[in-house]
Write a protein that binds this ligand. Structure first.
Ligand SMILES: *Cc1c(COP(=O)(O)O)cnc(C)c1O
Length: 368
C-alpha cells in the first residue's frame, strides 16, 4: 500500500522530551521559538501561533472588527473550515468561482462579487499553490478590502518571490496531514504590528497583563509540547518541500499524455509546495474519477478526493442567513473540478520506485 500521506515526526523526540521534562508544557518559550522560525519562513514580521488552522481564520476575522452584514469573498472550492470560520466570525459569505488553472478564486469573478458591504477578500491557496495574488492584491487594495489568506495548505509557497501569508493576515494549518505539522495547530502571519498585538491579546482571553482585559477574548493558545513537534520540521522545510517538488515533477513526466487526464500545472512566477498533487479526470478518460479512485485503492495506491462538492452544497448550509443567495449553478468551474479532481501521493516519504508504481498503475488502469 502506498498511502496518500505519511506523518513522520520522529525527529521531534528530543525536543518533545525536553519540554516534557521541563514541566513547562503550555504556551511558553517553545511556542516563541516556533513563531520566530515561522515568521522567518513566511518573510513576515510576525507569526502568532494558535491551536489550529480554523482558529487562525476565525481570529483573523475577529481582529478586523467586522460588523453584522459585512461580507467576506472567498472560494466555493475549499475545505469546509474556510466557510465555517467566516460563519463563526458572524460575517456574510460571498463566493466567487475558481479558475481551472490554479483551483483558486478567479480575479475576474472576485471583481463581480464585491459589493459595498465587502470588507475582506479571503483567497484559498489550494493544494500548495497560491492564488493569483498579482491580480488579487491590487483588486483588494482598489476596493479597500483586507486580505485574509487561507494558506492552510501553502506553507513555503510563493508568488513572484513573495511568500504565501505575507499579503495581509496569513492563516496556516499545522494539522497532522499538512506540509508542516504540530499534530493540531495553526499560525497567523502578518507585518502589521497592531493586528499582531491584537491577535496575541485575543488568543489569551483578551488579557494583556494578568487580569487586565482589553477585549472579550478566547483561549486560542498553542502548547509548547505541540510547538516542539513542529520546530525540527521548520528547520528542514526546504528539503521537505524539495522532495514534494521532485515527486510532483516525476509524476508529471510519467503521467504526461495519459488520455483524459489533466495534470496540475505550476503557474508562471509561482512556487508550488505540492500539499496535494491533483489531477482532473476528464470525460474522455477510460474511467470516471470515482472509478479511477476505486481502481487505485484496490491496487494499493492511496488517493483522495479534495473536495467532492462545492463547499456550501450540504443540507446544513441551505438557507443559512449568512450565506444568502448562494447557488451551485453560479459556480460551474468549481462544480466541474469537484467532479473530476483526484489527488495522488506526492508526500516527501515516497521513494522513486513508489512514485513510478503510482504512475504505472494510473496508466495501466486508464489504458495508456
Ligand atoms: C486544513 C485546512 C483548514 C483548517 O485547518 P485545521 O488546522 O484543520 O483547523 C482550513 N482551510 C484549508 C484550505 C485547509 O486545508
Amino acid at each position: 500500500m502506498i498511502p496518500i500521506t505519511v506523518v513522520d515526526v520522529r525527529d521531534a523526540e528530543d525536543l518533545v522530551l525536553e519540554v516534557l521534562r521541563s514541566g513547562a508544557i503550555a504556551q511558553g518559550k517553545m511556542v516563541k521559538r516556533f513563531e520566530d522560525a515561522f515568521a522567518a519562513i513566511s518573510g513576515t514580521k510576525h507569526a502568532v501561533a494558535v491551536n489550529n488552522g480554523t482558529t487562525a481564520l476565525v481570529a483573523s476575522l475577529q481582529v478586523l472588527d467586522l460588523k453584522p452584514g459585512d461580507e467576506v469573498v472567498t472560494s466555493p472550492f475549499t475545505f469546509v473550515a474556510t466557510l465555517n470560520a467566516i460563519l463563526e466570525a458572524g460575517a456574510t459569505v460571498r463566493f466567487a468561482d475558481i479558475s481551472r488553472d490554479d483551483f483558486a478564486i478567479d480575479p475576474d469573478r472576485v471583481a463581480a462579487a464585491v459589493t459595498d458591504r465587502t470588507k475582506v477578500l479571503m483567497p484559498v491557496h489550494l493544494y500548495g499553490q497560491t492564488a493569483d495574488m498579482g491580480k488579487l492584491a491590487p483588486l483588494a487594495a482598489e476596493h479597500g478590502l483586507h486580505v485574509v489568506e487561507d494558506a492552510a495548505q501553502a506553507v513555503g509557497a510563493s508568488f513572484e518571490g513573495r511568500r504565501a501569508g505575507s499579503y495581509g493576515l496569513g492563516c496556516f494549518s499545522l494539522y497532522a496531514t499538512k506540509n508542516i505539522t504540530t499534530a493540531e495547530g495553526g499560525v497567523i502571519t502578518c507585518d502589521d504590528d497592531t493586528l499582531a498585538d491584537r491577535l496575541r491579546v485575543l488568543r489569551n482571553q483578551g488579557m494583556r497583563a494578568r487580569y487586565q482585559y482589553e477585549m472579550a477574548g478566547h483561549n486560542y493558545r498553542m502548547t509548547d509540547l505541540h510547538a516542539a513537534v513542529g520546530v525540527p520540521q521548520l528547520e528542514k522545510i526546504d528539503s521537505l518541500t524539495a522532495a514534494r517538488q521532485r515527486n510532483a515533477k516525476r509524476l508529471s513526466e510519467g503521467l504526461a499524455g495519459t488520455p483524459g487526464l489533466e495534470l496540475p500545472a505550476v503557474q508562471p512566477g509561482r512556487e508550488h509546495v505540492w500539499h496535494q498533487y491533483t489531477v482532473l479526470v476528464g470525460p474522455h478518460a477510460m474511467l470516471s474519477r470515482d472509478e479511477l479512485a476505486a481502481a487505485l485503492t484496490e491496487k494499493g495506491i492511496g488517493n483522495g478526493i479534495y473536495y467532492p462538492k462545492i463547499v456550501f452544497d450540504y443540507e446544513c448550509y441551505r438557507g443559512h442567513p449568512l450565506i444568502p443567495g448562494a447557488s451551485v449553478e453560479d459556480f460551474p468551474v468549481a462544480a466541474s473540478v469537484a467532479a473530476q479532481a483526484l489527488s495522488l501521493p506526492v508526500h516527501p516519504a515516497l521513494t522513486d520506485e513508489q512514485v513510478d508504481t503510482v504512475i504505472a498503475t494510473v496508466r495501466e488502469v486508464l489504458g495508456a
